[in-house]
Write a protein that binds this ligand. Structure first.
Ligand code: SF4
Ligand code: SF4
Length: 404
């Protein structure tokens, strides 16, 4: 199942234009062998004692210490939050598959031999969104399958050697689901406690994506459930109209800003697609460098989007097939490894990550998203600078708040 990038169908080029994507024709697909997490197992330039201890800390070798947010209780909550995701990702390890991360989630139910009677593509799209929300998805969008975003190859986790990253023939659409992270936990980044926000959504998304895929297979259509595996989800989420790309390398959604994780389902169910949206959030990023300034290892860029020139130092972990803000993946993951947990300071400090509650929050959003023109956006930036980036809740306060 291959589509050379220089023979991209016209309908995909049209949505590139609407999404503001500048894609290099014939750039070639990104190999998951170069993903920083895969390199941490196979590339001695990335793998260190710290990266090994980072992965081990998610099992029984947690790394509790005195600092606020890094106690045994904090690691216990984080690791418990990851549990369901871990069960799914480890169940096929003996076959070389790390489901949900380095291989698609394997089907638990067969495709029904008889196809259900369907309504129009619009009616089916509305129904599938309702089903996804019933199972717990916070956001749902639909777009066309686009092989340019699919990994060229993936690792066999027994050997960490590359293998084909194929999907069944005939898939046409991608259902992208967003899973909102808990705002109170995100406010405590960086900490092991905050990592519970990440783990909780991976566990949620594993269950939700498997259930929605099982529903589609019971209708008699193909459905491949996917989390971080198989394809880059960011371009799919943007194409499905769920948000815009931010300087912190996350999708900024109107509902949750960057405080959201994504899963996806590849299917041949005939569905109406959504279109990319101009929301004014990426435009705000052009004059806002809060995340880049807050990054403790200066891994984020300050300039305009480029082809990976500014901070990546030629890293193979950066895909240069599209103009975008890119990070220094080695510096970023090196910091995670030292912490023994994920860092998402650049998510926490983003003003779009705050829940939109109250009149002043709604007014700021309106100004920042350009509803009052460029001068309104400037005012929003000044307002935000005065607010500062200090944590509004320390991890110990999060625990104390739940004892009352
Ligand atoms: S902190 Fe500012 S620059 Fe960074 S993603 Fe958020 S809005 Fe964009
Ligand atoms: S996750 Fe942390 S280290 Fe990585 S870019 Fe964001 S702020 Fe920097």
């Amino acid at each position: 199942m291959t589509t050379p990038a220089d023979r991209t169908p016209a309908h995909l080029l049209e949505t590139d234009r609407r999404a503001g994507f500048e894609v290099v024709a014939g750039a070639g697909r990104f190999s998951q062998m170069n993903d920083i997490f895969t390199r941490a197992f196979r590339d001695e330039r990335v793998r260190t004692k710290d990266t090994d201890a980072f992965f081990a800390s998610y099992r029984m070798e947690a790394a509790p210490r005195r600092g606020d947010g890094f106690t045994q209780k904090d690691f216990a909550l984080r690791n418990a939050a990851w549990l369901i995701s871990d069960i799914v990702s480890e169940r096929s390890a003996a076959e070389g598959l790390r489901e949900g991360f380095q291989a698609p989630i394997q089907a638990d139910t067969p495709v029904a031999p008889e196809r259900a009677e369907l309504g129009s593509p619009e009616a089916e799209a509305a129904e599938i969104k309702a089903v996804a929300k019933l199972f717990g998805a916070d956001l749902v969008g639909i777009t066309h399958l686009d092989l340019r975003w699919h990994y060229a190859e993936r690792p066999d986790v027994r050997t960490m050697e590359p293998v084909a990253n194929d999907l069944p023939e005939g898939l046409t659409h991608v259902i992208v689901m967003g899973h909102a992270m808990d705002a109170g936990l995100v406010e405590t980044y960086p900490s092991a406690l905050a990592g519970a926000a990440t783990g909780r959504e991976y566990s949620h998304e594993a269950a939700i994506v498997m259930q929605v895929a099982a529903y589609i297979r019971n209708l008699g259509y193909q459905a491949v459930a996917s989390m971080n595996d198989t394809a880059l989800v960011i371009p799919y989420a943007i194409k499905a109209g769920l948000g815009e790309y931010g300087r912190n390398q996350m999708v900024l959604t109107p509902e949750f800003g960057p405080r959201v994780r994504f899963s996806k389902i590849f299917t041949d169910l005939p569905l109406a697609v959504d279109t990319p949206r101009k929301l004014g959030m990426a435009a705000y990023c052009e004059g806002c460098e809060i995340c880049a300034r807050a990054c403790p290892v200066r891994a984020l860029p300050f300039g305009a989007p480029d082809f990976g020139e500014e901070v990546t130092k030629g890293s193979p972990s950066t895909w240069r097939g599209v103009r975008k803000w890119s990070s220094d993946a080695e510096a970023c993951f090196g910091y995670w490894a030292k912490l023994k947990t994920d860092c998402a300071i650049c998510m926490r400090v983003c003003p779009f990550a705050r829940p939109v509650r109250g009149l002043s929050a709604r007014l700021w959003r309106g100004l920042a998203m350009g509803r009052f023109g460029p001068s309104g956006r400037r005012l929003a930036r000044i307002w935000e600078r005065r607010r500062g980036v200090a944590r509004r809740a320390k991890p110990a306060e999060w625990w104390a708040g739940h004892r009352r």
